[in-house]
Design a protein around this ligand. Sequence first.
Ligand code: C2E
Ligand code: CA
Ligand code: CA
Length: 567
Amino acid sequence: MDAKPVMLIVDDVEINRVVLSQFFQDEYAIVEAADGQEAMDALAAQTVSIVLLDLVMPVMDGFAVLAAMKRNDQYAQIPVIVMTAHNDGSSEERALELGAADFIVKPYNPTVVRCRVKNVMARQENEWRKVAQVAQDRQLAEMHRHIEKDALTGIDNREAFYRRTAALLQKNQDAAYSILYFDISCFKVINDIFHLDTGNLVLKTAAIYFQVLAGEAGTCGRIESDHFALCLPSAKVDMDNIMAGLDSTVKSLGLSHSIVFYAGVYPVDNAFLPVDQMCDRANMALTSIKGSYLQRHAYYDKSMRDRMFEEQMIVRDMEFALMARQFCVYLQPVHSLKENRIVSAEALVRWQHPTQGMIPPDRFISIFERNGFISRLDRFVWTEVCRIIKEQKARDGKALPISVNVSRLHFYDAGLLDFQLRLVKTYDLEPWMFRLEVDESAYTDNPYQMAQCVRALREHGFCVLLDDFGSGYSSLNMLKDLPVDGIKIDRSFVREVGQSERAGTIMEAIVTMAKKLAMGIVVEGVETKEQVDYLAGIGCENMQGYYYSRPVPEAEFAALLRNEADA
Ligand code: C2E
Ligand code: CA
Ligand code: CA
């Protein structure tokens, strides 16, 4: 294939065409035309790089061709060199005005002709390059804008926000700044119940508000999905005002579902900290109040960072701890007033950490619930409990039932019942000895599945207790739909009973109701003789709390039982 550029030579005199062809045939693919019309046809037939055009021709002269070419977008850019038979100044001028790139006077001087063509082509190439450059620049600028700007909201994206904020802080090292981090509560739900467009509209509206708020003195950016960050001079940070403005801006959209923003604030005390870490700190403050009804913003303090470090330590060490048997089961007796003895116990996990010492479950259970590790830890605890019951049975000829805590996560696991069945079979226990404490969080999450699961467990002979009864919102509702064997009244209730008459009245009603429904009651957190007397007075029989015993290691629990037997 001929890859040479095409030169169109238009001249009615054949000999002229032959001469010119010879000058250029090495560099160009030559196409000849004998008049203007042929020239136009040739232009249409192929991509032509340059035209040598005789001005004086029959049919359609050179001026007409030139004019036609310049009118046509496709040909207008093709350089045309016109050829005149004699030094006709006015023709040349006219041709140049019509857009010819240059002119050549006959007879042809090969060197001059070549030179002119080269010049014209070089100029043309330059033009093309310029056009290409402009296009490229435009594309680069556009790309840059894309890289800097969040595509949905048009404000800075995460990287641009980090960069601009770092520059702002460096430039104004003496001024006080704060990082504000915003998050919409349950944004996923908003996307689910409304159309995606509505969610996007909320984000765009919030972005506009933040942009105005940041103004010239600050920066703002969208960090990810529904997370926004701002850097503002601390003097401008009036959080109540900012939140109220944000609320009313979003309210103006007139959505039926209320959109709740939470914010965390990190007053920058170290301008050299990477901005992403500043955002993490503001976000940490935010996380500490997320879901709260009363508090919509919070300030970062050092304790939050300590908590985060602790959480990291816990997650880092958990796997090894389980393998190394650092988790152990403590038992807290449940005392029967009527029988005046221990009738059962609750298994409570402890972490004997090699460097941190004993870590109580409050510090790791919620973390494990978030990362799923609780499923494995609970199964470990249940297995331990089965072993303990079996050993007790072997030693004393009989055993007391022990209850275990069942995290809400297990109700998402179809294998729960199978696991329990296998466990009691392996340890040769009757299912009623192994009691399961469930709390209402599982029920609120997933009422149907939880109810089914509880029903199946009870059908197989397991005893199910409703834990922390009275501490939440739906306990009564749950009882209605979910038949259980007993309830454990939350310790916060017991604490209040002595102080508030109202709490006392509710407690009495709960006890009466439980008896009517033939459910057992265990009262948790009994700490004083007064509480015992009061509870006995309203008909409670089973108590668990420090008044009787703290949770104790297995051996100590066995000793408690032995003492009772000896007494
Ligand atoms: P919970 O199930 O409500 O357990 C009762 C908690 O009350 C225990 O705290 C116990 O030590 C404490 N307690 C008992 N008597 C008294 C008292 O008289 N006064 C006071 N102030 N407290 C008393 P612990 O052992 O720190 O456990 C805290 C929570 O951790 C438990 O609350 C339970 O929700 C969870 N947990 C403990 N072990 C496990 C486990 O193996 N698996 C799961 N999923 N959760 C567990
Ligand atoms: Ca419990
Ligand atoms: Ca409890």
